[in-house]
Write a protein that binds this ligand. Sequence first.
Ligand code: SF4
Length: 353
Amino acid sequence: MMPHLTGFSRAELAEIFSELGEARYRADQVFRGLHRRRLQSFEEITDLPKALREKLSETATASVLKVESKYVSTDGTRRFLMKTHDGFPVETVYIPTENRDTICFSSQSGCPLKCDFCLTAKLGLLRNLTVGEIVEQIVTVLNDVYGIGEETPHGTNLVAMGAGEPFLNFENLINAIDIMSDEDGLFIVPGRVTVSTAGIVPKIYEFAKLARRPNLAISLSASTDEMRNLLMPINKRWKLDDLMQAAKAFEKTLKRGERFTFEYVLLGGVNDSIEQARALAALLARYDLVRVKINLIPHNPAEQLDYHPPEPERVAAFKNELESLGVSAYVRTPRGRDIYAACGQLAAKAGSQ
Ligand code: SF4
């Protein structure tokens, strides 16, 4: 495949251009064209000489993802089903809220982990996404929402919570986030990005050491090894104790005012009882984890899974119990359920267009 220039940082592009005998400012023009202006072909970067645009079009590419379908929810959520150049599915979801937008992107096509409540798990791992494929998801969504060439609105948040386990594609993910934070490009700073892991413990330690790191979310969903083994089999590889020790080590690296998140998918009748809320609070207390918040995610219905959503009263009771025990808890409102864009529903059937 020809090199996909959207996946190169400004410095890497400068190096490539110098090898081609081109001036550095040309590399900057290309970077700005692909990221700040979000152009998806070299032809459109009209501040470049025609001969250079032609040369680039012959030797490289500015776009490798094809939008196969797009679904718009009644709540404004948009779900994009894309394909890589070699035919693998990539899903990205745009979620508008009053003050900010959130784009939920994928780090892998499919996922090798086998979380029992997740439809993506049924696909298995198809392949890791490249740096360019990660960045291009965001470019494509922003162009769809705001129009090509319009400035990226400040306030766009990114979450690596689509398909895949981000920490199993660590290097590409971090490089993509670095590129997206460039102020000459999309300018989405790491503080507005959240990476969610199912618990790849060694990578939590590695992530903690990054100089400019995004926010961390750890998907927990259970407070005992027994339950977590059932729901998230990655727990058989790294037990709750390993995970909580890594979380504690991460907490120690937080800067003033920072917190991190534990996600807890609430499955009706499975892990949503008051006793389980108490056990969760006790687990956090056992490891003296205080700079954390819990995001409660009521399970979204999906025909192919055996679980069902929790009763709203149980969700409220679970949250209240945590709060009464001094743990900050938030309930994530399901978005885009009608188009199968909600958490755990990716890879479900297409939904209505
Ligand atoms: S919840 Fe995330 S990590 Fe688990 S199988 Fe689904 S995509 Fe993979």
